[in-house]
Design a protein around this ligand. Structure first.
Ligand code: KIV
Length: 255
């Protein structure tokens, strides 16, 4: 049965949600055949696929191009596309138009937006317009140039801001939310504070589900983040395969 925003939301308290990023036909097939409930075309696209230094350079056209590849390949899973850097702070008509393009041209079924209390009113209007929204709070990589990349929820001030952010987007109608790099001992409080399922990355086990960048899981990233714990070493195996083939090609007898 196809997963939808509604079926994902209904999983809270029933069973953990399994989410993976995908950026093209190959990663979409691997994630879906491996049993992921939700495929996220994250703007990590910029760093893991396009060789950019961070997610800031990822444009709407790049997101649509890769979302279309994923949604053409896998039809029975919820495909969620990231709203790129800065777009959420545009005028509402521009935000709605960007979401429309991700859904209509990219074939996504839902859009993920990084942001808490400041973006909750925009999220509410998008949900009202019929766009299923996945939230993203805690560490927000799109703000890394201004705020750096560091664990969240360490001080009492950060903890109350995190709860306020999570509650604001929950009230605005997100069907689930990514919670990134939050102090694991505080994560159960965030999960208990909201009705939508929390999907953690680097936030420990106190979440309603987990998401990983598929390149980190498969050992395709040279330096995966410490929490990722690769289940395979595909980069190493691929290099070894290329070396074997190159050696065969160079062997005089094979000419
Ligand atoms: O861009 C992305 O891939 C993400 C996940 C890491 C949650 O936001």
């Amino acid at each position: 049965m196809k997963t939808t925003a509604r079926s994902v939301r209904a999983l809270k308290g029933v069973r953990p949600l399994v989410c993976l990023t995908a950026y093209d036909a190959a990663t979409a097939r691997m994630a879906a055949e491996g049993g992921a409930d939700l495929l996220l075309v994250g703007d990590s696209l910029g760093t893991v696929v396009l060789g950019l230094p961070d997610t800031v350079g990822v444009t709407l056209d790049m997101m649509i191009h890769h979302t279309a590849a994923v949604s053409r390949t896998v039809r029975d899973r919820l495909v969620v596309a990231d709203l790129p850097f800065g777009v959420g702070h545009d005028s509402f008509s521009k935000v709605l138009n960007a979401c429309r393009r991700l859904l209509q041209d990219g074939g996504a079924q839902a859009v993920k937006i990084e942001g808490g209390t400041s973006l909750a009113p925009v999220i509410r209007r998008l949900v009202d317009a019929g766009v299923p929204i996945m939230g993203h709070v805690g560490l927000m990589p799109q703000r890394s140039r201004a705020r750096g990349l560091r664990r969240q929820g360490l001080t009492p001030g950060e903890r109350s801001q995190l709860i306020a952010d999570a509650r604001a987007i929950d009230d605005a109608g997100v069907f689930s939310m990514v919670v990134e790099c939050v102090e694991p001992s505080f994560m159960p409080s965030v999960t208990a504070a909201v009705k939508a399922p929390t999907v953690g990355i680097g936030s420990g086990r106190g979440c309603d589900g987990q998401v990983l960048v598929i390149h980190d899981l498969l050992g395709l990233t040279p330096e995966p983040p410490p929490f990722a714990r690769p289940e395979a070493r595909l980069h190493r195996e691929a290099v070894a395969a290329v070396r074997r083939w190159a050696a065969k090609v160079r062997r005089p007898s094979s000419r």
